[in-house]
Design a protein around this ligand. Structure first.
Ligand code: NDP
Length: 319
């Protein structure tokens, strides 16, 4: 008996996080349990805290098996894999890591767009294959300067993307549920915005409300010269419609950090040289993951100290 509260850890954490967690909690890594049902029967009632992440979330049946759960600290900003409304109804506070990853994810979005637009990956392959020497220069690409850029979701990260676009003399357009107090042009109709955009950058939350927000009409409006960048969640884009449009040449290219069934990626995409594919690494740098990890642990430490948290999700802010 250590006297420390019991924490269920879902997914993996950094060594730095683990050192902090074990100093304050008795940590039970879920994925190490050979028999989850047995583990829950033996320890479920003792668990007061869960640490998880945006990908693994917290399954409803797992939350139900933890009758004395008080806090869920998620190592990420997107929490669509956690039912925060159900948690709030049970008095469980859910926390996440807003703001500390804005710059990194914004940089990733631009990196993807630039890579697609300037054909960075195929050009790199061309040089490595010795083709430059034998076959000469590659075809011209399209500039990233002075473009019409539509941001889908002008929240914390969307604004960080817009801030960067000033350097590239972009005209920033945006779509969200409501207009913001900004000078960019707001579109209530996403298809109309796509028609006016050279590039569409998707950075909304995931979940049922935004499922297939980027659908066939939006993709067709973006058109054969348009580029779609998705750094939000795979569910936000109708992936089948996007793949068909890329195959038919109805969409110019795509830069994708997230996928509907990740880590599975549609085979058709793997064969295309006008797409750039990343394994959900929008925030995955040492520096940003450290800041996210610190905030994830700060939420737990502060809750232990006085029952409050640093960054509760909106659904849990009145608890
Ligand atoms: P915010 O909550 O600050 O911003 C979300 C924006 O999306 C708001 O502008 C909101 O509009 C808009 N939005 C929400 N629902 C809809 C809808 N149904 N239709 C249109 N717009 C909508 O979130 P963050 O900027 O902090 O993060 C955004 C998301 O980015 C995360 O939830 C996560 O899914 C993703 N992400 C991905 C990462 C990666 O590794 N690829 C890393 C980090 C985050 P309004 O204000 O009008 O409600």
């Amino acid at each position: 008996m250590t006297g420390k509260p019991d924490l269920l850890m879902i997914g993996s954490v950094t060594d730095r996080m683990m050192a902090r967690l074990t100093a304050e909690f008795t940590v039970h890594p879920l994925f190490d349990q050979p028999d989850e049902a047995r583990f829950l029967a033996d320890h479920g009632a003792a668990i007061s805290a869960v640490l998880t992440n945006g990908h693994d979330g917290l399954r409803p049946d797992l939350m139900a098996a933890l009758p004395n759960l008080k806090i869920v600290s998620s190592y990420g900003v997107g929490y669509d894999a956690i039912d925060a409304t159900a948690a709030a109804e049970r008095g469980i506070v859910v926390t996440h890591t807003p703001n500390v990853l804005n710059d990194e994810v914004a940089n990733t979005a631009l990196l993807l767009w630039f890579a697609v637009s300037r054909r960075l990956v195929p050009n790199d392959a061309y040089v490595r294959a010795g083709r430059w020497e034998n076959e000469g220069n590659t075809p011209l690409t399209h500039s990233v300067q002075s473009r019409m850029v539509g941001i889908v979701g002008l929240g914390r990260i969307g604004q960080a993307i817009a801030d960067r676009l000033a350097v590239f003399d972009s005209t920033v357009l945006y779509h969200a549920r409501s207009p913001k107090n900004v000078s960019y042009r707001y579109y209530a109709n996403l298809t109309e915005m796509a028609a006016d955009s050279d590039v569409l950058i998707c950075i909304t939350p995931g979940g049922p409300e935004t499922k297939h927000l980027i659908n066939k009409p939006v993709i067709d409006a973006l058109g054969p010269d348009g580029i779609l960048v998705n750094v939000s969640r795979g569910s936000v884009v109708d992936e089948t419609a996007m793949v068909e449009a890329l195959k038919d040449g109805r969409l110019g290219g795509a830069g994708l950090d997230v996928f509907d069934q990740e880590p599975r990626v549609p085979a058709d995409l793997l064969a295309m040289d006008n797409v750039v594919l990343q394994p959900h690494v929008g925030s995955a740098t040492h520096e940003t993951r450290q800041a996210m990890g610190d905030l994830t642990c700060d939420n737990l430490s502060q809750w232990l100290k006085d029952g409050t948290t640093v960054t509760p999700v909106p659904e849990c802010q009145t608890l």
